[in-house]
Design a binder for this molecule. Structure first.
Ligand code: 6PG
Length: 240
């Protein structure tokens, strides 16, 4: 198993609460934080918990970015930014200038180029690669992360910080952070829940048969790597 910290929880709710507390602790320090959020369904409960924090958090030093975005308008139901705005951004006091969305409504290649330029200006760089303080990622049941899918493994080694990706089933175009940016981060946290992720995650964790074919397996940041998992990802057993 490659070096990573595993945090195991009985339920997705317990996982979301624990991660929300961890993130809130960092935000409470007041240190500048450049944080990239993941899309999909897993982080939605996290967003709700952060929005409902008992002690409202001081977001003024936090800059939010996205690990990937679907090439749709920001108010489209599939927009990762749109979901975050509904569940979190509209409910917290964060300076608009701190929210850096990927412009899903723009021509995809242009959106990817522009976001890469934004990252190069907004973030410190290491050998020309933008360095995030913290990146939150999910994993699909096919082992993809951000929008790096198994049929586009070249995005793990792409030149620029952002690239145009395509969903293998729907053909939906996406903008995604690329492997070098993900691996340059000071901290990468995967939030993975559900039995549907178990088969692939087990191969990745134990470097078993064909593990190299899954993009998630290639996220080995120079900084801290951790997995927040519910029990169904690791063990047999029916989800309630
Ligand atoms: C996206 C995400 C994607 C997601 C995984 C897991 O835009 O869909 O960034 O990488 O994290 O597909 O999605 P779920 O959390 O819905 O299982």
């Amino acid at each position: 198993m490659y070096p990573a910290q595993l945090h195991l929880f009985a339920t997705p709710e317990a996982l979301a609460r624990a991660f929300a507390a961890e993130l809130a602790r960092e935000i409470a320090t007041g240190r500048p934080l450049h944080l990239a959020l993941s899309g999909g369904s897993t982080p939605q409960r996290l967003f709700q918990l952060l929005a409902a924090a008992e002690e409202p958090l001081d977001w003024t030093a936090v800059h939010l970015y996205w690990g990937d975005e679907r090439c749709v308008a920001p108010d489209h139901g599939e927009s990762n930014y749109g979901v975050t705005r509904k569940l979190l951004l509209d409910r917290i006091d964060i300076p608009a200038a701190n929210v850096h969305r990927i412009r899903g409504e723009a021509p995809p290649a242009e959106a990817a180029q522009n976001y890469g330029d934004l990252l190069r200006q907004a973030l410190p760089t290491n050998d020309g690669v933008p360095v995030f303080d913290w990146i939150l990622l999910g994993m699909g049941s096919d082992g993809h992360t951000a929008s790096i899918f198994p049929h586009q493994m070249e995005l793990l080694r792409a030149e620029g910080p952002c690239a145009l990706a395509v969903h293998p089933d729907s053909g939906q175009r996406r903008v995604s952070l690329t492997g070098p940016v993900l691996n340059a981060a000071r901290r990468v946290s995967f939030l993975i829940t559900g039995a549907s992720k178990r088969a692939v995650f087990t191969k990745i964790l134990h470097r078993q048969n064909e593990w190299e074919t899954y993009p998630t397996a290639h996220i080995q940041p120079s900084g801290q790597l951790e997995f927040y998992l519910d029990q169904f990802v690791l063990h047999e057993g029916e989800e309630k």
